[in-house]
Design a protein around this ligand. Structure first.
Ligand SMILES: Nc1ncnc2c1ncn2[C@@H]1O[C@H](COP(=O)(O)OP(=O)(O)O)[C@@H](O)[C@H]1O
Ligand SMILES: [Mg+2]
Length: 280
């Protein structure tokens, strides 16, 4: 059953545990978070804090242990494999650090791939428009090896956006790029939200990348421990990150929120000190 909501994605008490018994790891610990349509969220946190797991669960690429994820209003838990595959294919875009393009296919063929896999022929101009949106109109016939890293990532973004998904997830999309190419990709993601009304959720460890987002969620030990509503500047995000890392080193990550409670990750407000939250 589908309940419409203004959220592109919603996590309700999502827990993801790997393994069993003494060796079990709780990668996500009862996370509540909402991602409003037409917003850009950055997810930060130390290595192993659960960022990739959060993205994979929110994208329906990984099943949750408890709780539920709603993608474009559709609860994922009740879906069978075929319905989930279809939801993922039609409503979710995913961009990886390593681009993951098909080497034998041209840029245009890579962009057309999601539609081919769905058994349909791309409409005239659909692929051209997607490549134009990422500024690569002149590279349609190039194979990945003939493109720079930044260009390859832009093809990957075009491929992820061509189906007009409810949300685009990106796991360290600038992690393999030099500063200039990374900045281009970030500008592209920002434009996708501002000019085309897309919804973006991006994992990054780079405060400069996170500064492009409307909001930053900070994870530690599988929980949302802090949130900044933006736009926040990179220095500010870096200070917040350092504070959380210090709190973690002393075993007090859960106390990093000055409000005393756990940050819930709701859009449009900061659960942190007001001195640092700038509201639009
Ligand atoms: N497939 C897996 N099997 C077992 N443990 C995993 C698996 N994937 C992730 N983990 C564990 O879950 C925790 C969160 O991992 P991850 O989401 O990859 O963190 P991050 O992306 O923030 O570095 C880590 O402790 C990691 O070791
Ligand atoms: Mg990761």
């Amino acid at each position: 059953m589908t309940t419409k909501s203004t959220h592109a994605v919603e996590l309700r008490a999502v827990t993801r545990r790997y393994g069993a018994g003494e060796r079990a790891v709780t990668a996500l610990d009862a996370i509540d978070a909402t991602f409003a349509a037409g917003t850009f969220t950055a997810v930060m946190g130390p290595s192993g804090s659960g960022k990739s797991t959060l993205l994979h669960c929110a994208a329906g690429l990984d099943r949750v242990t408890a709780g539920d994820v709603l993608i474009d209003g559709t609860p994922v838990a009740g879906l069978g494999e075929r319905a989930l595959t279809r939801l993922r294919r039609d409503r979710v875009g995913f961009v990886f650090q390593a681009f993951n393009l098909v080497p034998a296919l041209t840029a245009a063929q890579n962009v057309a791939l999601p539609m081919r896999l769905a058994g349909r022929r791309p409409a005239a101009g659909e692929v051209t428009a997607a490549l134009a949106e990422v500024g690569l109109s002149g590279r349609a016939g190039h194979r990945p090896a003939e493109l720079s890293g930044g260009q390859q990532q832009r093809v990957a973004i075009a491929r992820a956006l061509v189906t007009r998904p409810a949300v685009l997830f990106a796991d360290e999309p600038t992690g393999a790029l030099d500063a200039t190419s990374g900045a281009e990709v970030l500008r592209l993601l920002r434009d996708a939200v501002d000019r085309h009304g897309r919804t973006v959720v991006m994992v990054t460890h780079d405060p400069y990348a996170a500064a492009h987002a409307d909001r930053v969620l900070f994870l530690a030990d599988g929980r949302v421990v802090d949130a900044l509503s933006g736009p926040a500047d990179a220095e500010h995000i870096a200070v917040r990150t350092a504070r959380l890392e210090a709190a973690r080193a002393t075993g007090a990550a859960g106390d990093a929120t000055s409000s005393g409670g756990r940050a819930t990750g709701d859009a449009g407000r900061s659960t942190s000190d007001n001195d640092s939250a700038v509201t639009r």
